[in-house]
Design a protein around this ligand. Structure first.
Ligand SMILES: O=P(O)(O)OC[C@H]1O[C@H](OP(=O)(O)OP(=O)(O)O)[C@H](O)[C@@H]1O
Ligand code: HPA
Ligand SMILES: [Mg+2]
Length: 175
């Protein structure tokens, strides 16, 4: 069967939810500056859109980690391909992710980042797939909780494809 994409969350619903999260974050960080950390590559579209909707001063840094390769299940081995450029010392950090699935990536990452002495550290994910969790992760802001299906779009890939779709879709016709 050929690969096809079924829409799970349409573009206008994603956009609306990102605006809501931006508002919620702006209120929570009122009077402060928030340091956004993008977990590349998947988090890049969400972080850019979210940053535009945050009304307090924002700084940004990028970290690249990967565990899925071309598969639809995590390898369990998290590889840091690029570390942050800036220190987290004393900053109010908000880690921005596209999805929390098994929780392995975030639990590993948060453990590393907490040792860098931020003033505070919170986590914002566009998607949460709680049915697949094998590691406990405390999430502060969630866009959508989704069922156990392999999703693409808005930064999420299948074998590096489909990241540029403006909606969240489910890939059908793969093992
Ligand atoms: O909760 P987990 O099971 O760890 O899965 C979530 C992580 O997996 C994906 O990244 P991936 O490793 O595929 O790299 P990418 O962001 O470059 O696509 C996704 O972007 C998250 O970072
Ligand atoms: O459902 C998913 N889609 C794309 N990448 C992912 N990484 C973890 N889960 C997923
Ligand atoms: Mg990722």
């Amino acid at each position: 069967m050929a690969e096809t994409i079924r829409v799970l969350v349409p573009e206008d619903e994603v956009d609306k939810r990102v605006r809501e999260l931006g508002k919620q974050i702006s209120e929570a960080y009122a009077g402060k500056q928030v340091h956004l950390i993008c977990v590349l590559k998947g988090g890049v579209f969400f972080m850019c859109e979210l940053a535009k909707r945050i009304e307090v001063p924002v700084t940004m840094d990028f970290m690249s980690v990967s565990s899925y390769g071309d598969a639809t299940a995590s390898s369990g081995v998290i590889r840091i391909a690029k570390d942050l450029d800036q220190t987290l010392e004393g900053k109010d950090v908000l880690v921005v992710e596209d999805i929390i699935d098994s929780g392995r990536t975030l639990s590993y990452l948060l453990e590393i980042l907490e040792k860098r002495n931020p003033n505070s550290m919170k986590l914002c994910t566009l998607l949460d797939k709680p049915d697949r969790r094998v590691r406990d992760v405390k999430v502060d802001y969630v866009g959508f909780s989704i069922p156990d299906e392999f999703v693409v779009g808005y930064g999420l890939d299948y074998a590096q494809k489909y990241r540029n779709l403006p909606f969240i879709g489910v890939v059908e016709g793969i093992e």
